[in-house]
Design a protein around this ligand. Structure first.
Ligand code: NAP
Length: 298
């Protein structure tokens, strides 16, 4: 059997960012509207700092307004919530994102609940999750939305496909399953209590792994020809000891890539697969939010 097609998430994301930039230019010219994204980072988590920097840079590169609010780890929850309130009320801001994880003294649920559903570009509020589950227009979590862009391109019509999602988080697994269901897949959600996970995975035409356990999904879990989307990211020190000593890391996905690519029909690599789609979808969500908030037709 021939090897799997490697899905180039970087190229898809670059195209999506170009489309977003063109739409931003049109909104500025025709409506005097500049979409704005505010990202809030509490504390010094090194991975979060990288993500937040990149979100700010890519927002500006798309011609949008970008604000990054960096707060010290000892910030109180009340202070954070009052910043979120201000951003909810700021007409220059159309997307509000608090980078998780937050320090242990804060409640993630309380923070999500404070974000205006109209500006919830991560799709985490109960309102947006409920709208998605009800088949209504919603701001949808960026990573699953990015996975759908890749799947629709690679698979085409998803109708009737057997899809298995490993992971049931509000950020990833649940919205992913909802989007696949909307596309008329037959969807199974597997999780840490699922029995015979390899057997469940072997039924999948589309397998999405969103767990955070490096190389958990083995080659013999995959149905020959299946499309495999690897969302997982675990950071390890770089293999090069000098680079590792300098704090450089490497990313490992949930799928044992070399084994899997010998069986799958198509597969996303880590890095360079799903990851780049997430920020591109964040920009797209912010543009959608700006249009809805300003009464501009989608
Ligand atoms: P999460 O909240 O920790 O959820 C992980 C899920 O995996 C849970 O539902 C858990 O099941 C399930 N799980 C854990 N161990 C398992 C096992 N042995 N067998 C089957 N299922 C198991 O994580 P998340 O936020 O959804 O993220 C998942 C992964 O995706 C992480 O590696 C994260 O870094 C990555 N991620 C990447 C991007 C990106 O841009 N590429 C974006 C978001 C997340 P239970 O519910 O039963 O505990």
């Amino acid at each position: 059997m021939s090897e799997a097609r490697i899905i180039d998430g970087k190229a898809f994301a670059a195209k999506l960012r170009e489309d977003v930039a063109a739409e931003v230019a049109r909104l500025k010219a025709e409506h005097g509207l500049t979409p704005g994204l505010a990202v809030v980072l509490v504390g010094e988590d090194p991975a979060s700092q990288v993500y937040v920097r990149s979100k700010g840079e890519q927002t500006l590169a798309a011609g949008m307004h970008s604000e990054t609010h960096r707060l010290p780890a000892e910030t109180s929850q009340a202070e954070l919530l009052s910043l979120v309130e201000r951003l909810n009320d700021d007409p220059a801001i159309h997307g509000v994102l608090v980078q998780f994880p937050v320090p242990d003294h804060m409640s993630q649920a309380a923070i999500v609940a404070a974000i205006s559903p109209d500006k919830d570009v991560d799709g985490l509020t109960v309102t947006n999750a409920g709208r998605l589950a009800s088949g209504l227009p919603a701001l949808t979590s960026c990573t699953p939305a990015g996975c759908m862009v890749l799947l629709k391109d690679v698979v085409g019509d998803l109708s009737g496909k057997r899809a298995v999602v490993i992971g049931r988080s509000n950020l990833m697994g649940k919205p992913m399953a909802q989007l696949l269901l909307q596309a008329d897949c037959t969807v199974t959600i597997a999780h840490s209590r699922s029995k015979d996970l390899p057997g469940i995975c072997r039924e999948a035409d589309i397998l999405v792994a969103a767990v955070g356990r490096p190389e958990m999904v083995k080659g013999d879990w995959i149905k020959p020809g299946a499309v495999v989307i690897d969302v997982g990211i675990t950071r390890f020190p770089s293999r090069d000891p000098v680079a590792a000593a300098a704090g450089k890391t490497r990313l490992v996905g949930d799928v044992a890539f070399d084994e899997a690519k010998a069986v799958a029909g198509a597969i996303t690599p880590v890095p360079g697969g799903v990851g780049p789609m997430t920020i591109a979808m964040l920009l797209a969500n912010t543009v959608s939010a700006a249009k809805r908030l300003n009464g501009v037709a989608e």
